[in-house]
Design a protein around this ligand. Structure first.
Ligand code: F6P
Length: 361
């Protein structure tokens, strides 16, 4: 019997999702002879009636998928099937509809590409509804445990590095302190890696507290050494010196919406060091654009491995990238552990050795 598998992307998008969808489709159709259905807008495509899905095959999964950002399947961050928005604004449990959608489509398995929130939701659905599930990790935050990389992270680091590359000449031309705010939610991976790659003088991440006075001393030392500009990179979830989170708008899905720490730092530093200071909030630029080569490779290898796991009937697993190998681990082992930056890890040591201020250690 020909197997029928579903693929969905859920949670915030990032670069490399289409490369994973392409790999799944090619490997499943060409190697195994299966049918592949792309479920639209995460699990919402299984909930709505008529169901929303497309057939995936070589005709809609060519090489352009390697280069394109976003997800051809669409995604959602606000339609948790256990807490689904109804027309009257109330949240109701529609998990039963998602489960019956899976069975009505006669799917043998679903490959879900998502971050930590999506892993939780899809794993609960699978347990409740007898769904054969394999997950692929994606998030620019790189905060999922067990895997060295999630899809989208490497591209986000490249984008943030390029932003520092572009800020440096204008900082030098105008003798300014430039502050770049990057995403990453509660993990400082993007700021730390891009900060090292882009030559930041100060890297501030949520995992390590800092002192404004120490940042000022550091910048003044750079100025007295004869350099007339400085670069600072800060993670969006870094708090004010007194420990308050800097938030933008209302939170949703029990998650704060960060934004504005670079503006706070700009005001505080400008006053203290009397230097011309500017801030840039990079925002969603980090999630779009062409995936870099590393993300295309990781996404392709993840897609192939996920299909092989379905073939081997090894369900309830998430594929992971470790030491240049693709393996798999139980989804549940990734859900309860948060992958934050290790304040005593190799990259922090590297940054310190390069004379970068990384906070109060
Ligand atoms: O989790 C990915 C991420 O881009 C975070 O880095 C950021 O805090 C958040 O999503 C932004 O979410 P939204 O797209 O809902 O504004």
């Amino acid at each position: 019997m020909t197997k029928r598998i579903g693929v969905l992307t859920s949670g915030g998008d990032c670069s490399g999702l289409n490369a994973a969808i392409r790999a799944i489709t090619i490997h499943a159709t060409q190697h195994y002879g299966w049918e592949v259905f792309g479920i639209l807008k995460g699990t919402s495509g299984l909930i709505r009636r008529p169901m929303e899905y497309i057939k995936l095959d070589l005709s809609n999964c060519d090489q352009t998928m390697l280069r394109s950002a976003g997800t051809i399947l669409g995604s959602t961050t606000k339609e948790n099937p256990f807490y689904f928005p109804s027309e009257n604004g109330q949240k109701i449990d529609r998990s039963g509809d998602a489960i019956s959608g899976y069975h009505q489509l006669k799917l043998d398995a679903i490959i879900a590409i998502g971050g930590d929130g999506s892993m939780r939701i899809n794993s609960s659905l699978a347990k409740k509804g007898d769904i054969n599930l394999v997950c692929i990790p994606k998030t620019i935050d790189n905060d999922l445990a067990q895997t060295d990389f999630s899809i989208g992270y490497n591209t986000a680091v490249s984008v943030a590095t390029e932003a520092l590359d572009r800020l440096q000449p204008t900082a030098a031309s105008h003798q300014r302190v430039m502050i770049l705010e990057v995403m990453g939610r509660d993990a400082g991976h993007i700021a730390l890696s891009a900060g090292i790659a882009g030559g930041a003088d100060v890297i501030l991440i949520p995992e390590i507290p800092y002192e404004l006075g120490a940042i000022c001393d550091h910048i003044q030392k750079i100025t007295s050494s004869g350099r007339n500009f400085s670069l600072i990179i800060v993670s969006e979830a870094v708090k004010t010196e007194s420990g308050n989170a800097v938030l933008r708008g209302t939170s949703y899905n029990d998650r704060p919406r960060y934004g504005g720490i670079s503006q706070y730092l700009c005001t505080e530093l400008e006053e203290r060091i009397k230097a011309d200071t500017r801030f840039t909030v990079l925002g969603h630029v980090q999630r779009g654009g062409q995936p870099n080569a590393q993300d295309r490779i990781i996404a392709t290898a993840f897609g192939v491995k996920a299909v092989d796991l379905v073939a081997a009937k090894t369900f309830g697993e998430m594929v992971v990238w470790r030491n240049n190998q693709v393996e798999s681990v139980p989804i549940d082992s990734t859900i309860d552990t948060y992958n934050a930056v290790d304040p005593h890890g190799m990259l922090i040591k590297t940054a310190k050795a390069m004379g970068i201020y990384v906070g109060k250690l």
